[in-house]
Design a protein around this ligand. Structure first.
Ligand SMILES: NC(=O)c1ccc[n+]([C@@H]2O[C@H](COP(=O)([O-])OP(=O)(O)OC[C@H]3O[C@@H](n4cnc5c(N)ncnc54)[C@H](OP(=O)(O)O)[C@@H]3O)[C@@H](O)[C@H]2O)c1
Length: 371
């Protein structure tokens, strides 16, 4: 992490502040250099209570002292009128309407929910990968009825998609398009929120199904790794990697790990001959995100940390490296069916959720989109 001082404080709100992702927002933002936690929102069950009473706090650090006594509000824009930014960790069942109401009220909304990821005017940004998609925001504001001056919605990706697109982006940058990608995930329980998967279903077990997850990985990866082009009407469109078709097959499994998604990935490059495992290791290590280059304070120094040990990365050992803001890769080797295979580990609650939103908001500040 490094520092790019911002001259003034920016008041932020957190929607879904009592949930798994909301709690991580609070833990990460408690000492942020310019975002200041100003308002907290959750359901009617929590509204009106002090935060410490409303939440079942599950973080390894205490609730920040200035947050403990904040009164939780209902998720209505009027309670967040003094904020310019809201981070949303809302349940997908309610995120659609609530986030739109905040956008209409001219707030910048950084969402973790799936509701707007497929919207053709909403950028789906993994901040270590595709910050160029911020270019869609003026069009989103202009298309709104009535046009918006400050409000917009920006989403980050599903937590398992986030882990895999970072090394894929690094390899496409170094070696050109990837044409096929097979992914098998081993996903942590915290990815299902709290209380999430019942203990009797997951202890001593592997569940080979996570509803909707494989479809999300296969679709979101194309939006993120694709570019922005202009249609005949002059409007920007996401090209979904159409210039060089990319076939993705994902198999998603829930495993008895608390935090950190592990993913086994095999890829085939379009260009022949493909790079060697050593060239792949070097390209992954050399990759630097725009978020780091532009000085975002929460950006990890090592976007991708490449392990040389044969038995790493492992979730318990590697999920907290750089506060979970980067991704870990290991076991880079030849694949006998495609070209190259490797293992990725990403912290699903940090870079897979809250850290991505925070980095996206920092990028929006650096790019002058939030003023
Ligand atoms: N967990 C992860 O690793 C992860 C990663 C990436 C993306 N996501 C996405 O992030 C979002 C949050 O996930 P999570 O794991 O944090 O879920 P969670 O632990 O179940 O938390 C859900 C939050 O939504 C609030 N909420 C529920 N119903 C509401 C309503 N009617 N009005 C206002 N607030 C309401 C809850 O408040 P109460 O406490 O008052 O009920 C709680 O704060 C989901 O869309 C999820 O898909 C999660």
């Amino acid at each position: 992490m490094h520092g790019n001082e911002h001259s003034r404080e920016i008041k932020i709100g957190i929607l879904g502040a009592t949930g798994t992702v909301g709690q991580r927002f609070i833990a990460l933002l408690a000492k942020h250099s310019y975002f200041v936690i100003h308002a907290l929102g959750a359901s009617q069950r929590s509204a009106g209570k002090r935060y410490a009473q409303a939440v079942q706090w599950k973080q390894t650090v205490p609730i920040p002292s200035h947050v403990r006594d904040m009164v939780v509000k209902e998720c209505k824009p009027e309670h967040f009128a003094e904020c310019s930014v809201v981070f949303s960790g809302l349940d997908a069942d309610v995120a659609g309407e609530i986030e739109d109401a905040f956008r209409r009220a001219e707030l910048a909304v950084f969402s973790n929910a799936k509701n707007y990821r497929r919207d053709p005017a909403v950028p789906l940004i993994v901040p270590l990968v595709n910050s160029s998609h911020f270019a869609m925001i003026p069009q989103q504001r202009a298309q709104h009825d009535p046009p918006l001056q400050k409000g917009f919605i920006l989403t980050n990706a599903n937590c398992s998609t986030t882990g895999v697109v970072v090394p894929l982006a690094a390899l496409e940058k170094a070696f050109g398009p990837i044409e096929s990608c097979m992914i098998t995930t081993m996903q942590a329980i915290s990815g299902a929120g709290y209380p999430g998967v019942p203990s009797l279903d997951i202890v001593d077990n592997v569940v080979p199904y996570i509803s909707g997850e494989e479809e999300k990985m296969e679709w979101e990866t194309l939006k993120i790794l694709g570019g922005l082009t202009e249609g005949d009407d002059g409007l920007k469109v996401f090209d979904m990697h159409a210039k060089s078709p990319l076939r993705i097959s994902a198999s998603c499994n829930r495993v008895p790990v608390v935090e950190g998604h592990t993913e086994c990935v095999s890829i085939r490059f379009a260009k022949r001959p493909p790079p060697s495992p050593q060239q792949v290791r070097e390209a992954l290590t050399a990759y630097t995100s725009d978020a780091y280059a532009l000085g975002c304070p929460s950006a990890p120094r090592h976007t991708i940390f490449v392990h040389e040990e044969a038995d790493r990365p492992q979730p318990r050992l590697d999920r907290d490296y750089q506060m979970g803001a980067g991704v870990s890769v290991g076991r880079v080797r030849q694949c006998r069916v495609l070209d190259i295979k490797f293992v990725v580990l990403a912290n699903n609650v940090a870079i897979g959720a809250a850290t991505s939103s925070i980095l996206n908001a920092e990028l929006a500040v650096v790019k002058g989109i939030i003023s």
